[in-house]
Design a protein around this ligand. Sequence first.
Ligand code: SAH
Length: 348
Amino acid sequence: MAVNGKKKLLPSIKDFTEEELQAQLGQAGEKAYRSQQIFSWLYQHGVSDFSLMKNLPLTLREKLASSYRLSPPSVISTQKSRDGAEKYLFRLEDGCLVEAVLIPARHRQTVCVSTQVGCRYRCAFCASGQMGFIRNLSPGEMVDQVLYPNFVRGVRVSHIVFMGMGEPFDNFDALVKAIQIINHPSGLNIGSRKITVSTAGHIPGIEKFSQSGWQVELAISLHSVEEETRSKLMPINRIYPVKELLAVCRRYTRETGRLITFEYVLLRGINDAPEQARALGKAARWVGAKINLIPCSRFPDSPWQPPERKTIQEFVKEVESQGVVCTLRRSRGKDIQAACGQLAGRNV
Ligand code: SAH
């Protein structure tokens, strides 16, 4: 069908949760259990063609093909880091480019998923923000980033981190649907505790998320507990100041009984002083958070530097002296621009 000279796309079947699909099939006079069968074909077998869904009647397969779009994830380049991380560049239906990273380890295979093309929040040290905001990803476009490594690269993906390009809570509804598809027993069946959502400090998102009652892990990109420093690094701090953010985080840990992770990118000369470490440790103790330090990654034209090794070690000690758990993240895939803060959807 041509509308304004453009081909009108059918809705993507991967944009719907199992419950949504069940309701749509019900309206079309189909049996409720069909949605689970379809889910299993899509997410447990990784098929990208309705005709391969052998336990569905032919008439239903045809009906599906005329009502929904089903295309495999389209990856236009794969880069492999010396440390084993793999970066995939996806080309979306409208030509937008988005990246995901596979981080293999001995006991876990983690995929770092993007939630938006670009990002609105323009954190000073992050490449994704430099692109500006282009658009939200749909649930299926997020799920595709997991399907590709899982079925095309043959990796058994066990963990998901929503830490790629974009701010997950700025795309809340699609994020929730993607999580439901990934988590569903007939879907990818990845447990909610193995899924982490990271936010730049989007307070309404954190509040909605905490009311949901899920067991999904929450990480906060903190980077400074000083209002002025944080506002310079992260313009979102002017909308949601760190003082309020910490109070909301404390409520979250109290009400849910769950731990939060504070991510803290170490930037030389900016947020790496001993007194800043102590203040961070104190804030984390007050909130009930553990800390994940990430020495800043470089990207083209970036003026930011990670601190010297010795400074990092001292920072860790100071934080730990406040009685909080502190780990140092070894960001993977630096040589292929796949590390934290380096994703920018460039086709290079
Ligand atoms: N918008 C969300 C999701 C992105 S997560 C958020 O901010 O949490 C990506 C993580 O990488 C964030 O913790 C981000 O602060 C961090 N990051 C960004 N730029 C970085 C850089 N240059 N070096 C190291 N980490 C960086």
